[in-house]
Design a protein around this ligand. Structure first.
Ligand code: IMP
Length: 434
């Protein structure tokens, strides 16, 4: 098994969890490198649904080592909720610390980060929320990281230093929470107590993830880098400011773990056969604008509600202009096209192959987000495919012709092979065609 990165190719929720789950069975180690519990990977194994937000979804495979790299922001409360849930489900045996390692240098999401995220979302747009974040404290935690006053996991184990660092972290925040938001900030003592309590519980899980990965690499073991969110939510390459606060593209796998780029063999981009997004921001192919009934139907059929917040997702046709861009910024070597079954039964399906902006036709995403917002999709219409029995499909040759044509058109336009096609939610309903 090669060393691989899995990234979302759109605005998150592409069905990465299932692909990661399948690849995890072949990897020795699975590591997350960015984001936090804003992610939500839904997995259906033997008909049972499990959602993990922070711990790599590879945890469902017995014996696999799951790591959380320095680039991730960790909410200790959520971490232990997940450990407890996985133990109760019989997934983790009695010594979870043998299978999970958290980087000493991952930044901690504190209760004050969640408070600030919520206050901002409530205040913006009269309570409607400017970005529509997941309100998990992700942005404020990354802000502190970049401002060089974040709390690393290893700081939780050093009480003297911790108190001093918390004092520094709260200096400006107390003023902002009190005067700007008219709310009550936590005291340094309260935060210290929180950190000390969780620090002790976290102690057996904290370690040098980079060294562990490097040793595995030297021993010839295979590593799977599990991305969260999607390329268009990347802080640098996405629809800024309607993005998350981390780099979500494949290169973040290196900075978020300390591993070298040259070790990577494959970069899987996960793209849904249609597009969804939660939160605000540009979305040229959004179906709601032109056909709200169809959007409603696809949302219901695809169960398109946020795995983290339960919000209904916005629905759109496949945007190949954006997908080609995502393939380029990620250096994708293969694409997994997921949830084609949700489009089954439509007479015609549309794919966007260029945008119209100010009377001009463009084939690259516009550099300004305002222009992206104003871009009109130009569609190609392809034949839809009829109902088919997924249990009889083993290879691309078994696909209905219209589905084969759809897949081929994606490959041709983007210039990257489609090697997996998801035809249903179960593990066994992913067809390897590459
Ligand atoms: P944040 O990551 O909570 O700060 O949210 C910023 C934006 O990213 C919002 O539009 C969220 O809806 C979106 N977002 C964050 N994580 C995910 C995800 O895992 N899937 C889809 N959208 C996400």
């Amino acid at each position: 098994m090669p060393n691989s990165i899995v990234v979302g190719a759109q605005w998150g929720d592409e069905g990465k969890g299932k692909v990661v789950d399948i690849l995890s069975s072949k990897a020795d180690m699975i590591v997350r490198y960015q984001g936090g519990n804003n992610a939500g990977h839904t997995l259906v194994v033997k008909g049972i649904k499990t959602v993990v937000h922070l711990i790599p979804s590879g945890i469902l495979h017995p014996g696999k080592i799951c790591l959380i790299g320095n680039g991730v922001v960790v909410d200790p409360v959520v971490f232990f909720e997940e450990v407890d849930t996985l133990r109760a489900a019989g997934v983790l045996a009695d010594n979870p610390e043998k299978r999970i390692r958290l980087s000493t240098h991952a930044n901690v999401i504190l209760p004050v980060h969640r408070q600030l995220d919520k206050l901002r979302e409530e205040k913006a747009s009269g309570g409607k929320g400017e970005i529509g974040t997941t309100v998990r404290g992700i942005g404020p935690a990354y802000e502190d990281k970049i401002a060089r006053r974040g709390i690393h996991l290893c700081d939780l184990l050093q009480p003297e230093l911790l108190r001093e660092k918390l004092g520094r972290l709260m200096e400006e925040k107390s003023v902002i929470i009190k005067t700007h938001f008219g709310s009550e900030p936590p005291t340094v003592d309260e935060l210290f107590e929180f950190c000390a309590k969780y620090g002790e519980r976290l102690r057996p899980f904290i370690g040098d993830v980079r060294v562990e990965l490097m040793n595995a690499k030297r021993a010839g073991k295979s590593i799977l880098f599990e991305g969260a969110q999607g390329a268009l939510l990347d802080i640098d390459h996405g629809t800024y400011p309607y993005v998350t606060s981390s780099n979500t593209v494949s290169s973040a796998a290196m900075t978020g773990t300390g591993m070298p780029p040259r070790m990577i063999d494959e970069i899987y981009g996960i793209a849904k056969a249609y597009v969804t997004r939660v939160g605000t921001g540009p979305f040229p192919t959004e179906i709601e604008k032109t056909d709200p009934e169809l959007a409603k139907g696809l949302r219901a059929k695809g169960d398109e509600y946020g795995a983290t917040t339960g919000r209904p997702r916005r629905i759109g046709w496949l945007d190949l202009v954006a997908l080609k861009y995502a393939a380029e910024v990620n250096g994708m070597t293969q694409i997994a096209l997921t949830k084609v079954d949700v489009l089954t039964g439509l007479k015609k399906v549309k794919i966007c192959t260029s945008y119209r902006l100010d009377g001009r036709q463009i084939t690259d995403v516009p550099p300004s987000v305002q222009d992206w917002e104003r871009s009109e999709p130009v569609y190609e219409e392809l034949d839809g495919w009829e109902e088919f029995d997924s249990s009889l499909v083993r290879t691309k040759a078994d696909f209905p012709k219209a589905l084969s044509d759809y897949v081929s058109r994606v490959e041709e336009f983007v210039g990257v092979r489609v090697t997996q096609v998801g035809i249903g939610p179960g593990r066994e309903e992913t067809i390897e065609i590459g």
